[in-house]
Design a protein around this ligand. Structure first.
Ligand code: NAD
Length: 277
């Protein structure tokens, strides 16, 4: 029997947790810039009965995105997308964060949206970070949502002189992800498919561990101490949300961003995590 095809980017903990929860019985194409990461996760999953083919891909390159789509299509129409590739503020410079997390995600959602199978569903992973910065203007949000992908990085609000640091770049990228999902979900619907976004708080993964040990380590320890859950999250908890969004139980959900952060954002605005005025 032909298997449904699931395209997964980013061979990290969050992608793997979602793929394990939602990808059993499907043909999974797993792309990562570091082929060794994709091969390692594919091995773990294949030895647990999944059907995963690892492939090298770079989310910051349209050619590479088109290539992984083509590879996936060799197994049939793509029915599911999990976009868990990304770089964090402690891992990369401003330019790379904007190219991978902002531009690359926008291109991936656009290109998969052109070919997604009827009844299909996708999730992309943004971050609670996108909820932390002050509101953008309605016009800025609109520009992030609707600017043609190849013009995105030329927007004034994304020019190097207007980006303070890597955290600001990451916040803009993740805000853009949310807006892009709203914009693209309308097109995905024309093909009978849904698209949503998950904005996790701190989830224990290699990416987050880099953050704990980076210049903002104390900031994170304070966040765990003062957020309602009192702890960081686990990738399988993100997979719980992805499972809802990608299954028929989520059939009425599209264009949404789900915050899963143990209440850290709530505490940041109205609780003990509020920044000093
Ligand atoms: N871990 C957290 O606390 C947390 C919180 C909020 C959001 N996120 C987001 O979740 C997503 C997944 O992160 P994770 O925690 O699973 O991290 P991870 O480090 O476990 O996995 C990320 C993977 O993406 C790959 N990658 C990086 N750049 C790439 C590129 N240009 N093309 C293809 N692959 C690339 C890395 O090689 C790595 O394998 C990221 O977008 C991240 O911003 C993570």
């Amino acid at each position: 029997m032909k298997k449904d095809v699931m395209l997964v980017t980013g061979a990290g903990q969050i992608s793997m947790a979602i793929a394990r929860r939602t990808g059993f019985g499907k043909k999974i194409i797993l792309g990562d810039k570091k082929p060794e990461n994709a091969i390692a996760i594919a091995k773990i999953m294949n030895e647990a009965g999944y059907d995963v083919t690892p492939i090298e891909m770079d989310l910051s390159s349209r050619a590479s995105i088109l290539n992984i789509i083509e590879e996936a299509q060799k197994y049939g129409e793509i029915k599911y997308l999990v976009n868990g590739a990304g770089v964090s503020p402690s891992q990369a410079p401003v330019e790379a964060i904007l190219k991978v997390d902002l531009y690359g995600t926008a291109v991936l959602l656009e290109e998969v949206g052109k070919v997604i199978a009827e009844g299909g569903a996708g999730v992309t992973i943004s971050s609670q970070s996108g909820w932390r910065m002050p509101q953008l203007s309605a016009e800025e949000d609109r520009l992030l949502a609707t600017t043609p992908t190849e013009e995105l990085l030329a927007l004034d609000i994304l020019k190097p002189e207007n980006i303070r640091d890597t955290l600001h770049a990451y916040q803009m990228a993740k805000r853009c992800n949310e807006k892009r999902v709203m914009y693209e979900c309308v097109k995905w619907a024309e093909r009978g498919a849904r698209l949503n976004d998950i904005a996790p708080g701190i989830i224990v993964t290699p990416l987050a561990i880099d953050e704990f040990n980076g210049p903002r380590g104390d900031f994170y320890k304070n966040m765990f101490a003062k957020c309602p859950a009192g702890r960081p999250g686990c990738a399988d908890e993100v997979a719980n949300v992805a499972d809802l969004l990608m299954s028929d139980a989520g059939a009425f959900i599209t264009g949404s961003t789900f915050l899963i952060d143990g209440g850290a954002t709530a505490s940041y605005f109205y609780g003990p995590l509020q920044p000093e005025q």
